[in-house]
Design a protein around this ligand. Structure first.
Ligand code: R5P
Length: 301
């Protein structure tokens, strides 16, 4: 028997529970007058001796969600769960996966270690920014690739597209989706100013002339990366551009930026606790792929 403990408000938790045929446990939460957070697994009597999936995401309000996830894991473990799998659909802080400038921390490592110390025996995430971001978790880890699912949904808007990674870091996920459908793929060379965050592209020949394009990335935050990539590709003769991104943070003016850069469609995974109702955006349920990975992980050895 598997039980699933959702972070309150994370709707994908219920979807996942039904795909896993797991008991969906009730959780309550509150904040104390001084702001401190509290959670309680109301169905605590269903934890003892079970494999328990704590299903959460760390966006928006990354720190609050991280803390609630940690205390939920602790509650599951200390109330008798046999094994706790932390399913963190969007792993915040994964981009700080190494020291880029002297004096910086490795934030991804701090998050992984905190999850482990709180009682997570295994960690499952959707399309972590990099494999390195998960290296500090001392236990089984699954980084669920979903780019093929997102590109699959984008295909209905495009004709025989080229799959493009907007930087070398995204090449693996672009290649994975492209090979799944037998599509051509390539990548752009992005430069980001580490201080201002501004994105620019190094000129590079990509064969997109008169071709539709699907840009594949893990995260859309400000939209700067995708907007610049879209401009570069349209200047190189691309016809129609869609985007397939796992985590659509879409902060501030991101959607307006994408629209004005010529992007025709943005396909996103249901990995966050925000949803943008906008004609440009389509959400795709990635829980079927996640459920398969969880089933593999939870299989008795
Ligand atoms: C960075 O390497 C990531 O893969 C994304 O490309 C980046 O986080 C997107 O951020 P923004 O939308 O702000 O350019």
């Amino acid at each position: 028997m598997v039980a699933l403990v959702p972070l309150p408000g994370f709707e994908a938790g219920a979807l996942l529970a039904s795909r896993l045929e797991a008991a969906l446990l009730r959780v309550s939460e509150k904040a104390f007058p001084d702001g401190e957070l509290y959670v309680r697994i109301e169905d605590y009597d269903k934890l003892s001796g079970e494999d328990v999936v704590v299903a959460s995401t760390l966006y928006p309000e990354q720190l609050e969600k991280l803390f609630k996830t940690l205390i939920l894991i602790n509650a599951a473990k200390s109330n008798g769960a046999k094994r706790v799998v932390a399913y963190v659909a969007y792993l915040a802080y994964a981009r700080q996966d190494k020291v880029f400038l002297p004096g910086e921390p490795v934030s991804a490592c701090v998050v992984s270690k905190a999850l482990r110390t709180s009682g997570a025996d295994a960690l499952v995430v959707v399309d972590a920014h990099s494999p390195r971001a998960l290296e500090c978790f001392e236990g089984p880890v699954a980084n669920v690739a979903v780019s093929h699912v997102l590109v699959g949904a984008a295909l209905k808007y495009l004709e025989d597209p080229v799959v493009i990674a907007p930087d070398k870091g995204a090449l693996e996920r672009a290649e994975y989706a492209a090979k799944h459908y037998g599509l051509d793929y390539d990548y752009l060379i992005k430069q980001r100013d580490r201080v201002t965050g501004e994105v620019s592209y190094v000129p590079r020949e990509v064969s997109v002339k008169n071709r539709d394009v699907v840009i594949v990335d893990d995260i859309i935050s400000t939209g700067g990366t995708i907007a610049e990539a879209s401009r570069v590709l349209l200047r190189s003769g691309a016809r129609r551009i869609a985007v397939a991104a796992s985590h659509g943070l879409l902060v501030g003016e991101a959607l307006r930026k994408l629209e004005s850069s010529g992007v025709a469609k943005v396909v996103l995974g249901n990995t966050l606790m925000t949803r943008h109702e906008h004609p440009l955006v389509e959400y795709v349920d990635v829980t079927p792929v996640v459920a398969e990975e969880l089933k593999r992980l939870l299989k008795p050895s």
